[in-house]
Ligand binder design. Structure first.
Ligand code: B12
Ligand code: SF4
Length: 433
């Protein structure tokens, strides 16, 4: 039996991409007697004519329509197709209209094996899901060897040490896929994966690597002798723990992505993130810098505490606290999140067209300004932060242009695409004035 796994993407990137862990993990937990192949649409063209007994697709919210079209085509040719991943987990019934069966949640823990067994027995149907979040001890190694075209990937090995997050910010998909369970893998198993890594650069796929400080310390301690470079996501709170920061530095921490989200108290409260300490942002960023860690900050504009003054304030504060990079997003109501349910209840979702759920279009009616104000203000923040003269100074200060891995991480596709797009919109608007 041959299972073909496809990562659905609109078109292959012209440059290099990050290796994905999703399908190699799924391949790892596939029964050993099944032949598995992977087509990563982010780096190669997806040819639907390639033969397979069963096709499994992964996709997120903004490319779900493309995945549905592909599944429809495959089924019209008599090929069995199943779906999994974030969007399917949130919208299993929607996905079922296009797929023979869907897997909601994580694949390990029996759900994927049962689906395969049912397929073999000719009774595969409906939604497969584990009764509870599976244990992450003893996971089979990810089949990164199945990723074809190694030259099309950036020089990072994806690693996973935890699943979930101890927090539950209402806009985040985390609690819907992982429930409330924040699980950590046995440190020695993570270290085994790291020993197998082909790159010196480790990209941790965890949403909040330092969510449990005791675990993170143990992990960093174990990684020190391996002399790797670590790139990861964490909440800002890790900067409060001097021992953790010291261990992170010694383990090779180079880059952290932190969710700052907002400089407005009311906005943080509106999404269950009031534990982010506004008054300490600057101190936190300085602490990361003192440990030689480059800081990329996630920001959301259009939250309920944001009024028309939020844009200038955000830009001023971003520069003042000294973040090295900023991933600025407009609010996205991901189906399946508490935030989506609330916005739906209030009738503020402007479109169900998930192709527009990219973070650069207004898709939720703002509470305290017009849609145009929000769109233009968002563009202003991007243009201000990434203006060549200002950002050029940041690049010189951080030396990121000499560090290709930091550069790739910070500037990889999203901020670049957004800035170019916002400039484009600016030029169009001026043209129309
Ligand atoms: C790495 C990553 C990226 C990388 C992608 C690299 C890559 N392709 O791997 C980059 C930086 C490019 C990225 C970009 C974005 N990302 Co991202 N990303 C992640 C992250 C941190 C890790 C993904 C991962 O490897 N997880 C580990 C694997 C093992 O878990 P998994 O993917 O969930 O897969 C398991 C199950 O879901 C299931 N499964 C998955 N697919 C399938 C398919 C089948 C057939 C089956 C049976 C099972 C199955 O089996 C797996 C094993 O249990 C996740 C958060 C997270 N921790 O998962 C966010 C996450 C996926 N990203 C998210 C978002 C919002 C984005 C962006 C839209 C951000 C933005 N605004 O720019 C963009 C655009 C993505 C796109 N569609 O183009 C959201 C998705 C929300 C949604 N509903 O779609 C997540 C969940 C973050 C969050 N907490 O909200 N991302
Ligand atoms: S801290 Fe980050 S990963 Fe955790 S729930 Fe909030 S946004 Fe999601």
């Amino acid at each position: 039996m041959h299972v073909r796994l496809i990562d659905v993407a609109p078109s292959p990137s012209s440059g290099q991409s990050f290796q994905t862990l999703t399908l190699p993990r799924l391949a790892g937990c596939t029964p050993q007697d099944v032949r598995v192949s992977i087509t990563d649409g982010r780096v190669e063209r997806i040819d639907l004519r390639e033969p397979a007994d069963l096709v499994g697709m992964t996709f997120s919210c903004n490319n779900s329509r493309q995945a549905y079209r592909m599944a429809d085509q495959l089924r019209a040719r008599g090929v069995a197709v199943v779906a999994g991943g974030t969007h399917t987990t949130a919208m299993p019934q929607e996905a079922l209209q296009h797929f023979d069966a869907v897997l909601s949640g994580e694949a390990e823990g029996g759900a994927w094996e049962t689906l395969i067994e049912d397929f073999r027995a000719g009774r595969m149907e409906g939604v497969y899901r584990n009764g509870q979040s599976p244990s992450v001890s003893g996971l089979a190694p990810p089949r990164l060897d199945l990723l074809q075209h190694p030259e099309r990937y950036l020089d990072f090995t994806p690693i996973e040490a935890t699943r979930g997050c101890p927090h539950s910010c209402s806009f985040c998909f985390n609690s819907s896929i992982h429930g409330d369970a924040f699980r950590t893998r046995p440190v020695e198993e993570v270290v085994e994966d790291v020993r197998r890594a082909t790159s010196r650069n480790l990209m941790f796929m965890d949403d909040n690597l330092c969510g449990k400080r005791g675990f993170a310390k143990e992990l960093f301690r174990a990684l020190i002798p391996l002399k790797k470079r670590l790139f990861f996501q964490s909440s800002l709170l890790m900067a409060e723990d001097a021992e953790l920061m010291d261990l992170a530095r010694r383990a090779g921490a180079q880059f952290v992505f932190v969710g700052i989200e907002s400089f407005e108290e009311g906005s943080l409260e509106s999404v269950n993130k009031e534990w982010n300490r506004l008054d300490r942002y600057k101190q936190y960023i300085q602490t990361f810098h003192q440990h030689g860690i480059f800081v990329s900050a996630g920001l959301i504009l259009g939250l309920d505490g944001d009024g028309p003054e939020v844009f200038q304030k955000t830009l001023r504060n971003l520069i003042d606290i000294g973040v090295d990079n900023a991933a600025v997003n407009l609010l996205i109501p991901y189906p399946g999140t508490a935030f989506h349910a609330e916005m739906q209840r209030q009738g503020r979702i402007l479109t169900e067209d998930t192709r527009r759920y990219t973070g650069f279009d207004v898709v939720v009616r703002p509470a305290a300004m017009s849609i145009d104000q929000l769109q233009q203000g968002y563009d202003e923040v991007l243009r201000g932060f990434y203006s060549p003269s200002r950002y050029g100074r940041t690049m010189l200060k951080t030396g990121m242009w000499r560090k290709p891995h930091i550069y790739a991480m910070a500037w990889w596709r999203e901020p670049r695409r957004r800035t170019v797009r916002s400039l484009g919109r600016h030029i169009n608007r001026r043209g129309g004035e």
